[in-house]
Design a binder for this molecule. Structure first.
Ligand code: DGL
Length: 272
């Protein structure tokens, strides 16, 4: 029976940038997007809190029939994914799968750096977890990783202030702090699914020679590959091309803001 939608989870709106690319590449499947807007941003929460919130949301998606859930959030991927995969799934949901965004990005990062020096910009949670450093060096020990946390970016983006001149200071400052770590950085990974919205400003701020990398397409390509390698999961996926959106916050506020991330108007429901 092909009844299972693919679940896509983020702390708030950011995962919609990844969902956009996934829906473009795999339009035939059904999807349920869940944004935990009532409790976002996750970036500065403790490991335990992020794990607890993420697991609750994953279980909510499982209860709605999702067999496969993508954590379209670097912070949740960094802090909760491993425990969910190693502890919760084997014990309670042996047939379900949860995938993150860090490993698929780390796996292909070598394609985007000539000098083998990568800058990673993310939330404090992602940067402090060292997940990118560890994952990238697992695949490519010769790549040097420089990290910069950008704690003001998600609040600016969530408040729709990111393209105003008021945002310039924080855009310039975090870029300066990253680039000061090494003149050889030639690839900057936006390791937070909110950050693609800052691209216009980042292109004007970072040196022209820098390859600025967003994750949407990378994660979508990796999902295509995953489904090819796992026909047993793919066979269960519903194929009516239906997209549903849920938020733990206020649906009308979500609808107003979400289109900036998703590139089209949408209608959400309250997570019940
Ligand atoms: N969009 C999320 C990420 O990719 C996190 C934003 C937040 O809740 O701090 O890390």
């Amino acid at each position: 029976m092909q009844t299972s939608p693919i679940g896509i989870f983020d702390s708030g709106y950011g995962g919609l940038t990844v969902f956009r690319s996934i829906a473009d590449q795999l339009p035939e499947y059904d999807y349920i997007y869940l944004g935990d807007n009532a409790r976002s941003p996750y970036g500065d929460h403790s490991f335990d809190t992020i794990y607890k919130y993420t697991l609750e949301c994953v279980e909510w998606l499982f209860a709605r029939g999702c067999q496969l859930v993508i954590l379209a959030c670097n912070t949740a991927s960094a802090k909760a994914l491993r425990t969910i995969q190693q502890k919760d799934l084997p014990a309670k949901y042996p047939d379900r799968r949860v995938l993150g965004v860090i490993r698929p990005t780390a796996e292909v990062i070598d394609q985007f750096t000539q000098h083998k020096q990568v800058g990673v910009m993310g939330t404090r949670g992602t940067v402090n977890s060292q997940s990118y450093l560890l994952e990238i060096n697992k695949f490519f020990p010769d790549i040097k990783v420089f990290q910069q946390s950008c704690p003001m970016w998600v609040p600016l983006i969530e408040n729709n202030e990111h393209l105003q001149t008021g945002a310039d200071f924080f855009v310039q400052e975090y870029c300066r702090l990253l680039m000061a770590q090494s003149a050889g950085i030639d690839c900057v990974l936006l390791a937070c699914t909110h950050y693609p919205l800052l691209l216009p400003k980042l292109k004007n701020t970072l040196p022209e020679t820098i390859n600025i990398l967003t994750q949407g397409e990378i994660v979508a390509n990796s999902l295509v590959d995953y489904l090819e390698r796992h026909p047993e999961i793919e066979a269960k996926l519903a194929r009516a091309g239906k997209k549903s959106f849920y938020t733990s916050g206020d649906p009308s506020a979500f609808d107003e803001h979400a289109s900036v991330f998703f590139g089209e108007a949408l209608k959400s429901e309250k997570m019940a």
